[in-house]
Write a protein that binds this ligand. Structure first.
Ligand SMILES: [Zn+2]
Length: 225
């Protein structure tokens, strides 16, 4: 298997995890910088986890649903065409194989044999680029991304719960950056890309997000509190 084949869902999973860590940690650090109590920081973290998971679920559901609707519409059109003009459709399929480099006779043989086995499947794969065995699944995408977000958002919350009062912000930031770096390296490793570069990139991005929310939290804490 080519490594890039796995990059799609892997990228989505790693992005969801990064998103969960960066947004929850930044939220908690922002609240902590306003010199809020431990309880308030904890509530901010848990609220961020719940809100983020639900927003991921809804966002994934909506986007994968419209992808599925588009696939279903294409499949319906293709079914109708296969019913209505089977001969033209067979020629069309053979033409696709000719464009890919087969000579005319062989292309027709391939088109005929594949059509005999699974006519709709052959058209979906080779004409429309839809894998009939891997159609979009909105509910699956929704719960997987919500679960991924919820799991990784617990990391900064665990850091808060385990840290002594003076070390809350460094503990949340430290564990979050460590996790971000490891995830970045793991994602790059599985995708066959340079590990250190990916880890550094995601850590720099995460640090920036936390620094900005810390600054804003501190300013609001001074002016509001
Ligand atoms: Zn067709």
């Amino acid at each position: 298997m080519h490594r890039s084949d796995r990059a799609g869902w892997l990228r989505a999973a790693v992005l969801g995890a990064d998103d969960a860590i960066v947004s929850t940690a930044s939220l908690m650090i922002g609240v902590a910088a306003s010199s809020a109590s431990r309880g308030a920081i904890l509530i901010a973290g848990v609220a961020g986890l719940v809100a983020g998971s639900m927003s991921m679920a809804v966002g994934e559901f909506v986007s994968v649903s419209s992808q599925r609707d588009a696939e279903q519409a294409d499949i319906e059109i293709e079914k109708r065409e296969l019913e209505g003009q089977p001969r033209a459709e067979l020629n069309e399929l053979a033409l696709i194989y000719m464009h890919r480099g087969l000579d005319k006779e062989l292309a027709m043989q391939v088109a005929e044999q594949l059509s005999a086995r699974d006519r709709l499947g052959a058209h979906l794969r080779d004409e429309l680029g839809i894998d009939p065995d891997a159609l979009a699944r909105p509910f699956q995408a929704a719960w997987i991304s919500a679960l991924s977000f919820g799991s990784f958002a617990t990391l900064p919350i665990i850091a808060l719960v385990l840290s002594p009062p003076g070390l809350r912000v460094p503990a949340i930031a430290g564990l979050s950056l460590l996790s971000l770096g490891s995830l970045g390296a793991l994602g790059a490793h599985l995708g066959g890309a340079p590990r250190v570069r990916a880890a550094v990139r995601v850590c720099v991005g995460g640090s920036l997000a936390m620094a900005v929310t810390a600054l804003i939290g501190k300013m609001l804490g001074v002016s509001v509190g």
